[in-house]
Design a binder for this molecule. Structure first.
Ligand SMILES: [Zn+2]
Length: 211
């Protein structure tokens, strides 16, 4: 499977796994295995393949993917729990539970992770946000180097290098403050999502402990 990452996901090109389709094809019996694959609608080239295995109360997906900026393929295995709601005539309707947020959904999206639309979108946004954050930090540090200011601690004394003109100095300080503010601001914004991740880890630990 080719790398899924680094492209803005649109509904058209997103790789979808639709539980209703699997049910229509009568693929959802325990022990069944199969493969899902996607093609580029224009070039007809294969864009990815995933194999699945149906268990009693979940689907296990296995696939290989490359992370952003990485040359290495990595094996992934994702468990998507199944859940049922009653419908007419005593039948029941099957749903996925998103592997990340446990929300009941009919469609899961593949993008390195397998998750619901909301989780994929949030994931994408936080990746973009983090990328911008590190760029700001690098720019800030580059200016600090020019100013001979410390890189990984607070700047207590805003000294001007001896041979630098005041005009240049003030310009650099202004730029520095801009990137520093933006960096700190984005960094602060990542804290709630860090807490959310920690919460998830705790929940999973509990689940493992009670098994
Ligand atoms: Zn989700």
């Amino acid at each position: 499977m080719s790398g899924y990452y680094n492209r803005k996901m649109t509904t058209d090109e997103a790789k979808k796994i639709d539980i209703r389709e699997l049910q229509r094809r009568q693929s959802l019996y325990c022990g069944n295995t199969g493969e899902l694959s996607w093609r580029n609608s224009r070039t007809k080239e294969s864009t990815g393949t995933i194999s699945y295995q149906v268990k009693l109360d979940c689907l296990v997906f296995s696939y290989r993917a490359k992370r952003h900026n990485s040359q290495h393929w990595q094996d992934y295995e994702v468990i998507a729990p199944l859940t049922y709601t009653p419908c007419n005539y005593g039948n029941s309707r099957v749903w996925f539970k998103c592997p990340r947020c446990s929300k009941r959904v009919a469609i899961l999206y593949v993008n390195i992770q397998i998750a619901c639309r909301t989780c994929q979108r949030l994931n994408y946004l936080s990746q973009q946000q983090t990328k911008g954050m590190w760029q700001d930090r690098d720019r800030m540090n580059k200016i600090r180097e020019k100013l001979n200011w410390p890189l990984y601690q607070d700047v207590l004394f805003r000294t001007k290098p001896k041979n630098m003109q005041y005009k240049t100095f003030y310009r650099l300080v202004k730029e520095h403050d801009f990137y520093e503010m933006r960096y700190l601001y984005s960094f602060g914004a990542t804290i709630p999502s860090l807490f959310a991740k920690l919460d998830n880890v705790k929940k999973n630990l509990k689940r493992v402990a009670t098994k």
